[in-house]
Design a protein around this ligand. Structure first.
Ligand code: UDP
Length: 238
């Protein structure tokens, strides 16, 4: 497989075409952004860590029967994945109240709700990724109601697999964001990444934050937190 020109550049990754129209290469960068691109920095080695972390997590999800875009890891920073068209929805799962939900609803961060909450946001930087509902998503032409059913079913399964995987690492999966894509034959698969950039991960014993909130909230030791996640993931999967 030969890597060709860049198809797209995002905040933390680049996507390259290959000589196989069904495959792309995803390259993980060291850049970090928060608050809709207002806060920016380089976190040395973050791309290497997130590539390794997301690769392990996608393999575990694949073993658990979740269809994903992931095909394989090429090197420190690159993955080969199925080419999909990304559905412009951010699907957010909340097992514990934190971040924007805590702020919006005036609930103390760390509150355990009686149910699992799934939010959907319209992925559009110019609008600041607004929170929407199923009807808005259909009205915007992003998905059909049938596809939303499928997305919620897959999301619930992904949450079960990830919650129990992180529990084995003594980590509480507070919340996370996932994205889905459509393959050329219309199959919906998990795409993008699952990493400390896209999850809130709290140590079960100390409540220490081991995720991007260390960057967002200037808590320091960002790289060390990501390294800790990778090291615990390796322990339970190797
Ligand atoms: N998240 C993300 N990308 C986004 C927005 C949120 O990966 O553009 C993740 C975030 O890291 C957290 C979860 O989704 O794990 C919920 O984020 P929230 O809505 O609380 O927003 P935030 O506090 O990050 O603004």
């Amino acid at each position: 497989m030969e890597q060709l020109g860049m198809l797209y550049e995002g905040k933390a990754k680049q996507v390259f075409l290959t000589d196989d129209p069904e495959k792309i290469v995803i390259h993980y960068k060291d850049t970090a952004t928060a608050f809709n691109n207002i806060k920016k920095a380089t976190i040395e080695n973050k791309g290497v860590l997130n590539n390794a972390i997301s690769s392990i997590i996608f393999r575990e999800l694949g073993k658990a029967g979740v269809p994903t875009h992931y095909i394989g890891t090429l090197n420190d920073r690159d993955q080969v994945c199925r080419r999909v068209s990304i559905i412009p929805l951010e699907v957010i799962v909340r097992n514990i109240v934190a971040g924007s939900m805590a702020q919006r609803l005036g609930i103390e961060e760390g509150t355990q709700p009686s149910n699992t909450i799934i939010d959907i946001c319209y992925k559009k930087d110019e609008l600041g990724d607004p929170l929407i509902n199923d009807h808005h998503a259909v009205a915007l032409g992003l998905v059909t109601y049938g596809e939303l059913d499928e997305i919620y079913r897959m999301t619930t399964r992904i949450n079960e697999v990830l919650k129990s995987m992180f529990a084995r690492m003594n980590i509480r999966l507070v919340d996370f964001k996932i994205e889905f894509g459509r393959t050329s034959d219309g199959e919906i698969v998990l795409a993008d990444e699952v990493s400390p950039d896209t999850c809130r991960l709290w140590d079960m014993t100390t409540n220490e934050k081991l995720d991007k909130d260390r960057f967002r909230r200037d808590l320091g030791r960002v790289r060390e937190a990501y390294e800790e996640i990778l090291s615990r993931l390796k322990k339970i999967t190797e």
